[in-house]
Design a protein around this ligand. Structure first.
Ligand SMILES: [Zn+2]
Length: 417
């Protein structure tokens, strides 16, 4: 391999941080974070600002019919497919300043740094702002990258409605960001995404860089348990058909299944409904959803099978009716080993502490991985807090990840001497 040009190349830390703080002024939240939900006026304002920054850096814009922004820095080889680097600028209603934004603006900073150093690459580099990653206003999350990857149709996406009944298609038109490009028509050489961890592991392990090897798969299993509504005072214990008790035992069992599947597996229940939910009535009907996640496909399937089998046994013993419906699913994603190695090597060469990590949340990179070799870089966030206006990172963490991103992307985009 040729000597790596720009051996000590670093991004401009002050410029990246200033750019992050400037974007955070658009769509301010109520507690120091941001409310820049997708296809709102604030989203439009953020897009225009980002477009200006990109054009000032000499990038040319393409926009697809979902409103995703592709900002291209040309390469030297007309036959070389682009390396895409991005994330999302939309936020949760009470979101932080860094979730998604760090990845998009670090990709811009990468282009700015290459301009400063007058570095050319063989492959074009495309700084990408995926539309509607969060899915807070228009479910599901990762909607535009999902259409790009052929998971959803454009018609499905355009028909998604916000809580007010406004549709994605109409709102995209209203803010003026319906692009010309067919969604998914672009071909990618590779895809990199830099994101805050949104979990507590890197900070607890005192590491600056997460080398993301996988994205967890998940099952959401919705249970409906049917017992017999009865008076809590006058029904003898032996005569009860208690759906609440069955749920309690299933919760405990899910915990055991997840603990037995360690490491790198989680399981729990976040949503429960009791009917009639009255102090002195044994519940006749209980619905709750089990959420299990792991990056290992076999483990994920075996956790699901154990939970369904054991839940049926628990319910049979208590005389409670039990039905299960799978209401959500993602397969685990294994990121491209050669790109993962680029990230790990970049961290190593730059002297940043690092560890391999699995993404606990979904990201656009998980859909991009269906189209091209993909991976992610992560930096810590304070107390693992995200989807919260108090979400916080240090300037040093932001810088370390952006330096690693730059170096890893250049390994793929190839510097032209
Ligand atoms: Zn995000």
């Amino acid at each position: 391999m040729a000597a790596f040009a720009g051996e000590n190349m670093r991004i401009n830390a002050d410029r990246l941080w200033d750019t992050l703080m400037e974007m955070a002024k658009v769509g301010p939240g109520i507690a120091g974070g941001n409310n820049r939900q997708t296809l709102t006026d604030a989203d439009a304002e953020g897009r225009v600002l980002f477009q200006k920054w990109c054009e000032d850096a000499g990038l040319t814009m393409g926009v697809d019919k979902m409103g995703t922004m592709f900002m291209t820095r040309p390469g030297t080889d007309p036959d070389a497919l682009p390396v895409y680097v991005g994330s999302h600028l939309d936020t949760q209603p009470t979101g932080g300043k860094y979730d998604g934004v760090l990845g998009v603006l670090s990709a811009l900073e990468l282009a700015r740094t290459l301009n400063d150093l007058n570095i050319k690459t063989r492959h074009p580099i495309v700084v990408t702002n995926w539309a509607n990653e969060e899915g807070a206003r228009f479910a599901p999350a990762m909607l535009a990258s999902g259409v790009f990857a052929g998971i959803h149709t454009l018609e499905y996406a355009y028909g998604r409605k916000d809580p007010e009944g406004l549709s994605y298609g109409d709102e995209l038109k209203r803010i003026g960001w319906v692009g010309e490009e067919e969604v998914g028509a672009r071909k990618m050489h590779a895809y990199y995404e830099y994101h805050i961890e949104q979990g507590p592991i890197l900070e607890a392990e005192n590491k600056e860089i997460g080398v993301v090897t996988h994205c967890q798969g998940l099952w959401w299993l919705e249970f409906t348990l049917t017992g017999k509504e009865a008076h809590t005072g006058s029904t003898p214990m032996a005569m009860r058909v208690n759906a609440g008790l069955a749920m309690a035992r299933i919760l405990e069992m899910v915990q055991t299944v997840a603990m037995d599947a360690q490491p790198n597996a989680v399981g729990g229940v976040g949503q429960m409904f009791f009917s009639p939910n009255s102090r002195n009535v044994l519940p006749g009907k209980v619905t709750f959803s089990v959420d299990i996640r792991t990056a290992d496909q076999d483990k994920l399937d075996s956790m699901r099978a154990k939970i369904e089998t054991q839940a049926a046994e628990i319910c049979a013993e208590l005389g409670v009716g039990c039905s299960v419906e799978a209401v959500g699913h993602f397969d685990p994603v294994t990121f491209a080993p050669e790109l993962v190695a680029n990230v790990r090597d970049a961290a190593e060469e730059l002297g940043y502490s690092h560890m391999d990590i699995v993404s606990g949340a979904g990201h656009d990179a998980c859909w991009a991985a269906k189209m091209a070799p993909a991976t992610m870089v992560m930096c810590p966030c304070v107390d693992g807090l995200s989807h919260n206006e108090a979400e916080d990172i240090s300037k040093e963490w932001a810088t370390a990840g952006a330096d690693v991103l730059l170096r890893a992307v250049l390994k793929t985009a190839e510097i032209v001497e």
